[in-house]
Each structure stands twice: as structure tokens, then as C-alpha cells.
Write a protein that binds this ligand. Sequence first.
Ligand code: HEM
Length: 414
Amino acid sequence: MAIEFNPMSDIDCEDPFSVYKRLRDEAPVHWSAEDEMFCVSRYSDVLTVLKEDELFSSSGTMTVLLRSIEVPINLRYGWKLLRFLLKTRISPFRIARAGNLITMDRPRHDVLRRIVGRGFTPRRIAEWEPRIRELVNERIVDLRSGERFDVVGDLASPLPTMIISEMLGIEPSRRDDFRRWSRSIIEVASGLSDPRTSDVMEHLGELFAYLQGIIRARRKQPRDDLISVLVDPRQEGVLDELDVIQFVVLLLVAGNETTTNLIGNAVHALIDRPDQIELLVREPERIENLVEEAVRFDGPLQFLFRSATRDTELAGVKIPKGSIVAAMVSSANRDERRFEDPDRFDITRDTSGHLGFGFGIHFCLGAALARLESRVALGALLPELKGFVRVEKQPERLETFLLRGRARLELEAA
Ligand code: HEM
């Protein structure tokens, strides 16, 4: 029987992996008629799509995102857009022309990546470890005193936004605003709220106006923060105002919900496996591998999207120029042709080669930061987990085709 699978419309959030296995075995390059895209599910083919960046363009990411958030064209939205443009005084033509790192191809991608990469060097990221540790310790006080604790709401969700706001150099008095703006942008971008009813346009306008002020101030008087690095006139190549703002929005969208769900998914997997918790508490140096195994086994991002720049063929299936291709990284990470017994969560396995942070020129810019935050958070949580159980057997899942995670993950003393 032919497989019915449309990634954007009818994904089974509880168990997408059974249909992924069928796809890998029976239709490794599957045409989704409803979503009009080719779904590539085997490890080796997903790797080809990500590697061949000239043949598979990242402009496909933008096409699918716009489709999925259903940008509403109506009078109320038009009015919001106009107010946004008036507030930021940015030309709509300039916005349309400006690209975003994650949706750009070479050579522009590489130029931009070199500039923003200056803010994400291993040294710069490692410097944040003490501050991350401090924040994590503050947030798990309730858990340590044996009270009910929501891993997502109390720790995994606030942590990445707090860290990114401090890295960017947002003043303490505006951090609550920054978190509010971030929340609505993240929710719309990841399909968790509807742009027609959300205040995202107002919040984008406030964020843009606020960042414009910061950028101008840092140009005149640099500080030791990420925005200063991006506009440092002593460096070769700097970003203009709109590029910086677009990049900050990308960091919010790409870096927050993903890290939150990685921490949540790792705890969710561990809570049923006390033997692995015990091993990690005895040998904490294994936490790095726990993070990689969590990304492989139940990574936050399910698909990456590309568009074919010319007619091509993959696993014997013809892909016409312009087609959207969904590279199913979460299926690739469970491919039995690449990982032995892939449905087993095992913190001792060799996870090298997993595609949870992508591959090639778009490999996750924030991987070192995500790994550090997760390592510190999980390291602090683990010794406390023993003796705790989930409040709900099946905590509510995020209602989005793109991300895997839970809206909350409450624990209570057994
Ligand atoms: C567990 C957490 C994370 C996961 C699973 C993840 C995953 C990914 C993946 C798969 C890509 C490749 C996208 C593609 O090829 O189309 C990517 C790109 C990217 N990620 Fe992450 N990410 C995480 C955390 C972060 C964080 C913390 C940041 C920054 C604060 C970040 C910033 C970015 C950026 C800027 C890109 C675009 C890179 C480029 O296009 O050159 N990510 N991420």
C-alpha cells in the first residue's frame, strides 16, 4: 500500500518514527502531494542534500516557512505592517532584498557567516560557562528542595533567552521586554501561534526600534558584547543595521526553542531510564555524549528544507528544478543503515555523524552554545532526578510539524 505522508499537514507527533522507517524502506524519496515536496528520509540521501549546497538551495527554507506561517494578507495585517514600517523607517524594498544567513546560498552566505562567526568562537562561548551555571543553579532551587518542577517552563525555556539577551548586550532594564518580544517572534516562527491573532508585528516593531538604538550606540562606543562585534569598524567586513537586526531575529528563532526542546527531550528520555541516570551521575564526563545522543534520538528539528536549482535525481527519483526537498534529519538519525539499533536511547553509543545540527556550510552556528547550555543544565538536573517522576504520563506535545518537544514537563517527588 502506498504510504500517505505529508510532513506539514498530518505528522503524528507522538510517533513519527514508524512512518519514517516505512519511508526509508519503501519510498526513500517520497512525493508529498498535499504539501508539494519531496521527502528524503535515508541518512545517505539527506547527507547528499545538505552537502550539495549548489544543487539544493537554502532558499527552500524561506519558501516553506512563509507557507507554514500563512502570512495573512488582510486589512488588519496590512495596517500592522504599515505601522511597523513607519516605526522602524526601514524601506520595504530593503527588507525584501535583505537575506538571512540560514536562507542564503554561496557566495553571500560565506561572507556573512565569516562576519557573524566572530561572535561565536569557541573562546567567546566558553566564557559564558560560569554565568550559565549561575543561572541554572538559581532556577533549580525548587527542584532541589523537592518541590514540583517544570523542566521546560522553569529552566529549559527561560535559560537560552536569558543567555542570548546578555550575550547581545541588552540592558538589564529592557530584558523583560526583550523576552516578551522574543517569545511572540519564536512562537509565530515555529508555528506555535497564529500571526493573525498574535502581537508579533507590534513586538517586531519594538524590537527593531530598540536594536536600532543599540546598534548606533555600539558603533560610537563599542562594548564587550555580540552587537559590538558585529559592527566593529576595525574589522574587515561589518554588517549594516538591517543585517544585524535580521541576524538577531534569526538567533532568536534558531537558538531558543531548539535548545529548550533539546533539554526537555533529554530529560524526558532519561526519566524512564534510571540506569542511564545512575551511570551519568557516577561518570559525569559522559554528559557530552548524553547531549549528542539526545540530539540524535529525539532532536528538536525534524526537517530542513531546500529547493532544487536544476533537474536532478535522488535514489532513482527524478526531482525537477524548483522542487522543494524536505531533508528529514530526524529520520536520518534513526536510519538503521547508519546507526545500529537506532530506536534505542543509549548514552554510551558512538553518535558521531548525526545530522541534528545539520551539515555543511549551514552547520549550526550556535552548536557550541547549545551544547554548553544543555551540558550545564543537564549536569545540574541529573543528580536531582532520582526519586522524581513525571506528573503527566504523556506531557502535551508542541503542535508544530517542524519541532519536537513538549509544552511542559512537570516532575514531582515519587
Ligand atoms: C539544540 C539546539 C539547536 C539545534 C538542534 C540546532 C539545529 C540547527 C540546524 C539543523 C541548522 C542547519 C539549518 C539548515 O541547514 O538549513 C542550524 C543552523 C543555525 N543555527 Fe542552530 N540549532 C540549535 C541551537 C542554536 C543556537 C543556540 C543558536 C544561536 C544562538 C543557533 C543558531 C543557528 C544559526 C545562526 C544557524 C544558521 C547557520 C547558517 O545558515 O550558516 N542554533 N541549527
